[in-house]
Design a protein around this ligand. Structure first.
Ligand code: PMT
Length: 223
């Protein structure tokens, strides 16, 4: 049997961007590379957990020993994450940068350009993290928050509003950190405290975050 602070635990992690199709050749997305989520998955695995990684389209390899389930849209992510949690989950970590909106429909054929301007009609996407955290059998839930200003205020607001056990805030306005880089600096907030970690590599940050999450999870479970 594996050892470590998460031995015997089942962990589901979301990572990467989502893509919201406009037509057969175009989509709306963002700059997430998946690096933070894949680093969290590798660290959780190293801590002894069984890990399912629900991943949007990224260009990085799966960590050894981690099961990756690929998704494209925010709606796919909600469905796959829900299934993975149904299979049994002690800890849910949402690092994905999910598109908040999608085009209200995907055109069947490539949209042709004209001399006119063009506008897209967008509708809200479902929130995977809030949905999982709101379940009656909710696992220990950890969200990430990418902000460019008022990092602490917005992070604490998400902690309460989405009913999370912990939120990890990163200031993505800082150069060389956050989206797509190998490094990050974060502050983890939970209802009774906080810890600032980094700047450091995403791999080192993930190891510290997993140790911290493990302490809280094991306290909560009384084991
Ligand atoms: O992938 P990298 O290039 O390594 O970059 C890492 C990162 C910057 C993307 C990552 O560290 C990060 O901050 N992820 C959260 C991105 C974000 O914008 O979060 P948010 O503030 O929109 O959402 C808050 C939380 O709710 C997140 O845990 C998010 O995964 C979750 N969420 C949001 C919307 C939605 N529809 N479903 C969700 O599950």
């Amino acid at each position: 049997a594996s050892r470590g602070p998460l031995a015997g635990r089942r962990v589901v992690i979301t990572a990467g961007p989502t893509r919201e199709p406009i037509d057969p050749v175009r989509y709306i997305s963002n700059h997430s590379s998946g690096k933070m989520g894949y680093a969290m998955a590798a660290a959780a695995r190293a801590a002894g957990a069984e890990v399912v990684l629900v991943s949007g389209p990224v260009a990085i390899a799966a960590p050894v020993g981690v099961e990756v389930r690929g998704v494209v849209t925010a709606q796919d992510m909600l469905e796959e994450a829900g299934k993975a949690v149904d299979e049994g989950c002690d800890l849910f970590i949402a690092t994905a940068a999910v598109a908040d909106y999608r085009p209200d429909s995907c055109a069947a054929d490539k949209i042709k350009k004209s001399d006119e301007g063009m506008s897209l009609s967008l509708v809200r996407n479902p929130d995977t993290l809030a949905t999982i955290a709101g379940r009656s059998d909710a696992p220990f839930t950890v969200g990430f928050a990418a902000e460019t200003r008022d990092v602490e205020r917005y992070a604490l607001d998400k902690l309460t509003r989405k009913k999370l056990n912990m939120i990890v805030a990163n200031d993505v306005s800082a150069p060389g950190l956050g989206f797509n880089s190998d490094n990050n600096a974060v502050i983890a907030f939970w209802p009774q405290g906080r810890e600032a970690i980094g700047p450091d590599t995403k791999s080192a940050l993930a190891q510290r975050l997993i140790a911290l999450i493990g302490e809280h999870l094991n306290q909560k479970a009384g084991s």
